[in-house]
Design a protein around this ligand. Structure first.
Ligand code: NBP
Length: 499
């Protein structure tokens, strides 16, 4: 018998699509599933149990014909050209009022373009950021939908049923028009980069400076996960340090090459922030550090060419090519370390402060982007959606949600008294952890960036008055003054008073 009432179609049965389809079926929705490569569809269909409400289709026509109206079709394929290819195949089969949903990691500008194009045909387009990986897709992801609100209402029951639940509510909310959902997902990933860099630095400090073993690291991160650092990334970090490689018996972490890879969403966040002129240095440095880590051969050469703390003129790998003054500075910092050795608590507090500052940068970007791109985001809803199911979920997001509920318009999380207090009371430990890294030659650029951002943001005077003077000196770009209104230019080559 020909089926005509499937609740939703799923196109793309890779890691995410197959698990989301099963998740939807678990919640009582009938799902029509299709994948470009037939063998993948067959393999997926073969695993289905009879009671699972999922039917496999081998052509797009059959899939579309099987859907209840208005049709709801979700695309879960690789971002970029594949999404356009699928939409191209679908749009001739769909009718006005049908809804196309892109759940992949699409760039927000692509989502804007697709939404406009499909709207001319009377089709609704939702761009939905989804986080949580394979397990999240199967058991409850965090979902960030954007697009026409009436279209969202038509998929809302499905999304609310399959999303992660936190504090009794689903981790999904309508975020705004156009590409609001994909923009928020991009920033989610940017924050993820920033947090992962900070956690990696806490590992480096505890391994290289404090000498903790993998078992001890697993215990420390597990303990941290019980208190203010309670988060998905800290939780999995603890589990990672416990894992042994079966054939060799070594800890797996010690066998993994330190070349961090990336799919580009962190870089997209930095690019968008540069366009909008929003400072998000913790995300920028995290992207740069992944790029640096990938310079494997160059770093091997540098490890032989460049000396570390105390190695200059001594036991170092070889003589550095330029003067040793900076290294003398490192040795001095080493002495400071002996009198104020950092502890595990120092590192924990520094990490927490860095995390608060990284979230603050991400939310500040969302605030500006929301105004500039017309997304009308409610930052409390964003924090709410991120509380569970996603990679950056953390107990801290509950506090962040409260901050934005109380003062939706605040330009920065750090202007909230409580959030400011969380950072202020840990500032000394942030400094202590950074000093320990400098002294031992352990790079902690994420922590240093967090501290520098804090110190630059919290003071009224910055040396940028000099930058303005320089710009005016060489380019006659003008400057504003503290004592009078207007824009001024000085002919710096003419002597004072002679102008
Ligand atoms: P997979 O790599 O597991 O699957 C890719 C899917 O894209 C397959 O179904 C593949 O079909 C399909 N596809 C490709 Br590639 N080119 C196509 C084309 N031209 N036409 C039609 N289908 C095409 O990806 P995934 O991990 O499920 O990710 C899907 C999306 O979700 C991506 O945008 C990803 O960034 C995003 N995402 C992934 C995760 C995660 O943790 N994996 C988390 C959150 C978001 P085929 O079988 O015929 O090649």
């Amino acid at each position: 018998m020909k089926v005509t009432g499937n609740d939703i179609g799923m196109i793309g049965l890779g890691v995410m699509g197959s698990n989301l389809a099963l998740n939807m079926a678990d919640h009582g929705f009938s799902v029509a599933a299709y994948n470009r490569t037939e063998a993948v569809t067959r393999e997926f269909a073969a695993q289905l149990r009879p009671e699972q409400n999922v039917r496999a289709y081998y052509t797009l026509d059959e899939l579309v014909a099987s859907l209840a109206r208005p049709r709801r079709v979700m695309i879960m394929v690789k971002a970029g050209g594949p999404v356009d290819a699928v939409i191209g195949g679908l749009e001739t089969l769909l009718d006005p009022e049908d809804i196309v949903i892109d759940g992949g990691n699409s760039h927000f500008t692509d989502t804007e373009r697709r939404g406009r194009s499909l709207a001319t045909k009377g089709l609704h387009f939702l761009g939905v950021g989804i986080s949580g990986g394979e397990a999240g897709a199967r058991r409850g992801p965090s979902m960030m939908p954007g697009g026409p609100e009436e279209a969202y209402q038509a998929v809302r029951p499905i999304f609310e049923a399959i999303a992660a639940q936190a504090d009794g509510g689903p981790c999904v909310a309508y975020l705004g028009p156009g590409a609001a959902g994909h923009y928020v997902k991009m920033v989610h990933n940017g924050i993820e980069y920033g947090l992962m860099q900070l956690i990696a630095e806490s590992y480096a400090l505890m391994k290289e400076v404090l000498g903790l073993s993998n078992e001890e690291l697993a215990e420390v991160y597990a303990e941290w996960n019980e208190a203010e650092l309670d988060s998905y990334l800290v939780e999995i970090t603890s589990a990672i340090f416990k894992r042994r490689d079966v054939p060799t018996g070594f800890y797996l972490i010690d066998l993994i090459r330190g070349e961090a890879e990336q799919l580009g969403t962190g870089m997209w966040t930095s690019q968008s922030a540069m366009d909008l002129r929003v400072p998000i240095p913790n995300i920028d440095i995290a992207v740069s550090m992944r790029n640096l880590s990938a310079l494997d051969e160059e770093r091997r050469q540098a490890s032989m060419a460049l000396a570390g703390p105390g190695e200059w003129g001594g036991e170092g790998p070889s003589q550095p090519t330029s003067g040793g003054r900076a290294l003398g500075g490192y040795a001095g910092a080493g002495r400071a370390l002996e009198s104020h050795p950092p502890t595990v608590d120092t590192v924990r507090n520094a990490l927490f402060a860095g995390m608060v500052i990284t979230y603050a940068q991400g939310f500040a970007l969302l605030r500006t982007a929301s105004d500039a791109l017309g997304y009308a985001l409610h930052l409390a809803d964003v924090a709410s959606v991120w509380r569970g199911g996603c990679i950056i979920r953390s107990a801290l997001l509950r506090q962040i949600k409260t901050v934005f509920e109380q003062s939706e318009g605040t330009p920065s999380l750090l202007l909230d008294r409580e959030a400011a207090g969380l950072v202020a009371e840990r500032r000394d430990d942030l400094v202590g952890a950074i000093e320990a890294g400098i002294s031992k030659g352990v790079a902690v650029p994420g922590l240093m960036t967090a501290l520098a951002y804090l110190d630059a943001y919290r003071v009224q005077w910055l040396p940028s008055n000099l930058i303005q003077a320089q710009r005016d000196y060489f380019g006659a770009h003008g400057y504003r003054r503290l004592d009078k209104e207007g824009t001024f230019h000085t002919d710096w080559l003419v002597e004072e008073g002679a102008e």
